[in-house]
Design a protein. Structure first.
Length: 495
């Protein structure tokens, strides 16, 4: 039986220091430090970090595991999230969410954290300088930065089966998860070859399966760092997605992927075989065709459009829901909404992408760009269109083109404001956030796997949190209320 699909999103944001020296590491550090300076927070504990572990049990010769930079600013917030500098970017990692809708809420809370950070940084900068943040995946100069997803999975499912069956979904889901991009950054191609594409990330993938995240990026990432009991769970670390601003796109990115993973865990694919002949070639083919008419070659010699592959997966998921229910997504209500939105978006894309522009980023952006292009008589390789593309992702409310659109909302502004400081109640993030809120600096550091308390004279005390479903409000609220101090809490946990 499939395990609950606890999930989360890690977003690296694009950054520009207006009027500054342009060192992105320094700018990112200033941005994050300005926000966390006066907040209750803990440092990040690196003791459990194992980014070099490969789910296949080996690493390809010459493979480079992700680098962990322990010297850069790295904070855990009271909402259970991690806010830090990752290489040259500010990154917000949501707390563990119990379902895709909750993950959307905390992804939006992350955007609000970045907006507040820009304001806070502005107070520290000289006149005429500011830091601007973009929620996108490319600087337009050949450099891509990631938006990663994470899903809890059953350790018993062979990784090779996961990789084989999830690949067609990763290649084709960009028809509704793509954030859209003017032109191409693939060497040897030009804007005349690819005037617009669905995804900002797809052309940066060069391998089918692998451990890397910044070079030779694989469609299926093999990082085996479960942040949970490794005997029971694995964490599927997904690097193939775009940074979405449209809430429905984020919801479907997470919800459809969680459902396909549940199908894999419960061996519900039956005889359906969607294996692609060349996934790396196919992911670019799909991205390069906003008409959605091009076909990709399957391993058995057939060809199919990305939409037809998604319809096949939707049909399997619908049958799965009828046979087994959708509790794997938190509750049947959220799961049914995933299915409803999935069907509605696929039908809209099949008829006219304009009809789902309020749900799908690439369709909304293309509509904006086409209107601007026609009004000004521009060719698609005109740099003004690239500037409009970037402005779509600007997080400043007064500058963001996305903010001006009439898009479908799944979460309210009051919910988002609360989620900036309050943790989810149904995962271990609640315990992490509440301990930090109540006892502040006594929580010396934290990560997804544990909390570390500094009680002054005693050695540091580590509290394991190896089950993502433990530490929820139902489990710990009474314990927290009964504990008068960190020492009391730790004594109760020990007892």
């Amino acid at each position: 039986m499939s395990v609950a699909k606890i999930c989360g999103i890690e977003t690296e944001y694009g950054i520009h220091h207006v009027g500054g020296e342009g060192n992105p590491v320094a700018s990112s550090s200033l941005l994050v430090n300005a926000y966390v300076a006066d907040l209750a927070r803990a440092g990040w504990d690196f003791e459990d970090e194992t980014p070099g572990n490969d789910a296949r049990g080996f690493a390809r010769e010459g493979a480079l595991p992700p680098e962990v930079e322990t010297h850069l600013v790295n904070a855990v917030l009271t909402n259970g999230a991690r806010y830090y500098v990752d290489h040259a970017h500010p990154e917000f990692s949501t707390p563990e969410a119990a379902d895709p809708l909750e993950a959307v809420l905390y992804d939006k809370a992350g955007e609000e954290v970045l907006r507040r950070s820009m304001v806070a940084a502005g107070r520290l900068l000289p006149p005429g300088q500011s830091i601007v943040v973009y929620k996108n995946n490319s600087d337009g100069k050949g450099n891509s930065y990631g938006t990663h997803e994470n899903y809890l999975m059953d350790r018993a499912v062979p990784f090779a089966r996961i990789a084989h069956l999830i690949t067609p979904h990763f290649v084709t889901r960009q028809v509704f998860t793509g954030a859209g991009k003017v032109g191409t950054e693939t060497p040897g191609s030009s804007g005349r070859d690819v005037w617009y594409q669905l995804s900002q990330r797809s052309e940066f993938f060069e391998e089918e399966i692998g451990l890397e995240t910044t070079l030779k990026r694989p469609i299926v990432n093999t990082r085996d760092e479960p942040h949970a009991d490794p005997q029971r769970y694995r964490r599927l670390h997904v690097i193939v997605g775009d940074a979405n601003l449209a809430e429905v796109a984020t919801f479907l990115k997470l919800g459809t992927t969680a459902l396909v993973l549940a199908l894999i865990e419960d061996d519900a694919f039956g005889s359906l075989d969607l294996t692609l002949a060349n996934p790396v070639k196919a992911i670019r083919q799909v991205s390069y065709d906003p008409t959605l008419r091009s076909t990709v070659e399957l391993a058995d010699g057939r060809s199919a459009t990305a939409l037809s592959v998604q319809w096949e997966l939707y049909g399997l998921a619908r049958k799965y829901a009828e046979d087994r229910g959708l509790a794997v997504l938190g509750d049947d209500g959220v799961g049914q909404e995933v299915l409803r939105q999935w069907e509605e978006v696929l039908a809209g894309l099949e008829t006219d992408p304009v009809t789902v522009a309020g749900k799908v980023d690439w369709a909304a952006k293309l509509q904006l760009l086409e209107g601007y292009r026609q009004r000004h008589g521009l060719d698609w390789d005109d740099q003004r269109l690239a500037a409009v593309d970037l402005q779509y992702h600007d997080l400043r409310p007064e500058r963001s083109l996305f903010a001006r659109l009439d898009t479908e909302h799944l979460v309210g502004q009051e919910q988002i404001t609360e989620a900036v400081t309050e943790p989810p109640r149904r995962t271990r993030a609640y315990f992490r956030g509440q301990c930090l809120r109540r006892w502040g600096s006594a929580v010396a550091s934290a990560n997804w796997d544990s909390l570390v308390f500094d009680l002054g004279t005693d050695p540091l005390r580590r509290v394991p949190m190896m089950d993502p479903l433990r530490g929820t409000a139902d489990h710990v609220e009474e314990l927290l209320q009964a504990s008068s101090s960190p020492e009391d809490l730790l004594a109760r946990l020990s007892g």
